[in-house]
Design a protein around this ligand. Structure first.
Ligand code: AMP
Length: 590
């Protein structure tokens, strides 16, 4: 017997599922379909995107409604237009063989007049985003009085997005006597309140949610230096030519800037974030789904609309603050039984977050190195070789052309000829210099070269202003920097001597402040990364406009100044010195 039929689904649905290739029910489907098909329960499904939850509620609701009745019986609420459309499309696919079914979606960002027109023929299943539905209720264009089932999908997200009042308004317009099915990845207090208020002895089913991450995901991290993070990302992309991935950034600006930087570098990447218009977002999604672009950068919120089953990679360009977001992000890959990689690019300061994620989510990360040149060449040459083998000679390569080229190459024997061809191919691959490893802090010149690119996004706006100011004092600064180096090293030794005096910590000055857009937290990360000290040894005392002060525990402070000499950000030299060092007076002149 077909496994979906065994769960109690009707023949037309089972037949449609065979048509779209659903063979085995997922866990949430197995657990919820038999319960929901009876229809007469309140239900909580704790499941996240990618678990097959849409079918878990979508299939039973299609069997529960009466297709002969031309009134709205089921209302499905979803946080975003994208998710609403995904649900609608899936339900339409499932019900291909159900005659007389009418499923409609209403959502913001599209003309309300067309939706009002369509609602004149009331759908049995209405899929809606909360904001648009409130609008339609106020205009009296939708009748919820005949609803028997309300489904809240991604309920936690609806609340995160501020739809609490809208949900209350909508639910107050639905009949008292109804069944509510709530799906959510998490169970925050606000959801518990909804459960208490609107649900009656709900049955709870929990799968692969919260702290459980899909076992088909391989978690990896690469330790990077902040200044080479983008280069490492490029290498990861270069060494995975078949990659279809989402690169997660923390802010909309980071998302856009990274996509811009990668595009400038010749990578086909587009950004997906909330500052795009609906039409722009849809265009990006269409292109991504059709694989005309294989990589997108995205914020957590915008990525909710991504319904692509074949993502090979999720890349955390910045780790999320919340470990549930890590689960959500990672869950975008390894869907429907496939395998996937969730890769984090982390600085030294982020390592504790990796440990934390390991403990909290009970997963283990594999540390990998940034792909080397030889790995990049190897994967590209593999692709190239396959292409060469596929390129069967056609008439366009006529005898005349062939003989002309052959005449020039025939002095080389087969092996030499092959080497020339491969080298020529490699020369055209534009693989850059090897990167220093994450632990290699010795290659200062390299770091200086790359320093300009660091944090380009945030600093771009301020760049001009500061550049001008820096040029004014640049010469002086450079000279002083050179002159100071040896004496600074002397001071380092003196400080080492002082360490044993048992003082608690040393106070350092750094010529970076609010003007540069740094927060205490960012400055701390910067010091940890470049000052070669542990986060627990550093405390940022104060961030002023153009300078800041931080303390480093005595035992760890000896090498800070030296480690942070010769750093450049946006073309400006970073100065770090002991606040009570002999040079203090001289420095105050600036
Ligand atoms: P969802 O969690 O509902 O967003 O589903 C994730 C993806 O898995 C969707 O694209 C579904 O088409 C697919 N899917 C859901 N259930 C199954 C199943 N039983 N077999 C194969 N694919 C499925």
């Amino acid at each position: 017997m077909n496994k979906f039929a065994a769960l109690g689904l009707s023949a037309p649905l089972v037949s449609a599922l065979e048509g779209i290739g659903f063979e085995n029910p997922t866990e949430i489907q197995e657990k919820s379909i038999p319960l929901l098909i009876e229809g007469k329960v309140d239900f909580i499904g704790l499941a996240q995107t990618g678990t097959g939850k849409t079918a878990a509620f979508g299939l039973p609701i299609l069997d529960v409604i009466d297709v002969d009745e031309r009134r709205t019986q089921a209302l499905i609420l979803a946080p975003t237009r994208e998710l609403g459309l995904q649900i609608t499309n899936q339900l339409q696919d499932f019900s291909k063989e159900v005659r007389g079914i009418n499923i409609q979606a209403v959502y913001g960002g599209a003309a309300i007049t067309n939706q009002i027109k369509a609602l004149k023929n009331p759908p049995q299943v209405l899929v809606a985003t909360p904001g648009r539905l409130v609008d339609l209720i106020n205009r009296k264009k939708v009748d919820l009085s005949t609803i028997s089932h309300v489904i809240l999908d991604e309920a936690d997200e609806m609340l995160n997005m501020g739809f609490k009042e809208d949900l209350d308004f909508i639910l107050s317009h639905a009949p008292e006597e109804k069944y509510t099915w709530l799906f959510s990845a998490t169970m925050p207090n606000d959801i518990k309140k909804i459960v208490k208020r609107y649900m009656d002895k709900p049955i709870e089913v929990k799968v692969n949610t919260g702290n459980i991450v899909n076992v088909n995901i391989e978690h990896q991290f690469i330790q990077v230096r902040r200044d080479t993070k983008q280069d490492v990302l490029k290498r990861v992309i270069d060494s995975n030519p078949e990659m279809i991935g989402v690169i997660f950034c923390r802010t909309k600006a980071d998302t856009q800037n990274l996509a811009n930087d990668l595009s400038v570098g010749g990578y086909a990447v587009e950004a997906l974030h909330g500052d795009l218009t609906q039409a722009q977002r849809e265009r990006v999604m269409r292109r991504f789904k059709a694989h005309s672009i294989k990589l997108i950068t995205a914020t957590d919120v915008a990525a909710r609309g991504i319904d692509v089953n074949d993502l090979t990679h999720v890349i955390h360009y910045s780790l999320p603050d919340d470990n549930e977001y890590y689960t959500h992000r990672s869950g975008r890959t390894a869907r429907a039984g496939k395998k996937g990689v969730s890769m984090s690019l982390v600085t030294k300061g982020d390592l504790r977050k990796i440990n934390y994620l390991e403990r909290q989510l009970k997963i283990s990360f594999t540390k990998i190195e940034a792909p080397s040149n030889s790995e990049i060449y190897q994967s590209r040459l593999e692709k190239w070789t396959a292409k060469v083998l596929e390129a069967k000679p056609t008439k366009s390569l006529n005898d005349e052309l062939f003989e002309a080229v052959k005449g020039k190459l025939e002095d080389l024997d087969a092996e030499a000829l092959l080497k020339h061809i491969i080298q020529n191919e490699m020369n055209g691959m534009g693989v850059g210099k090897e990167l220093p490893t994450s632990n290699d802090h010795s290659d200062r010149s390299d770091r200086r070269d790359r320093g300009d690119r660091r944090d380009r996004g945030d600093r771009r706006d301020r760049g001009d202003r500061r550049d001008r100011r820096d040029r004014d004092r640049g010469d002086r600064g450079d000279r002083r920097d050179r002159d100071d180096r040896s004496s600074r090293e002397d001071r380092g030794e003196r400080r080492d001597a002082r360490k044993s005096s048992g003082k608690g910590s040393e106070l350092f000055f750094i010529n970076v402040g609010e003007f540069d857009g740094v927060t205490k937290e960012e400055l701390k990360e910067f010091v940890v990364e470049f000052g070669d000290v542990k986060a627990t040894d550093v405390k940022v005392v104060e961030v002023q406009d153009k300078r800041s002060f931080f303390e480093v525990n005595d035992a760890a402070s000896g090498g800070v100044e030296k480690a942070m000499s010769n750093l450049t950000v946006d073309g400006r030299k970073i100065k770090v010195n002991l606040e009570n060092a002999p040079k203090k007076k001289k420095r105050k002149k600036y």
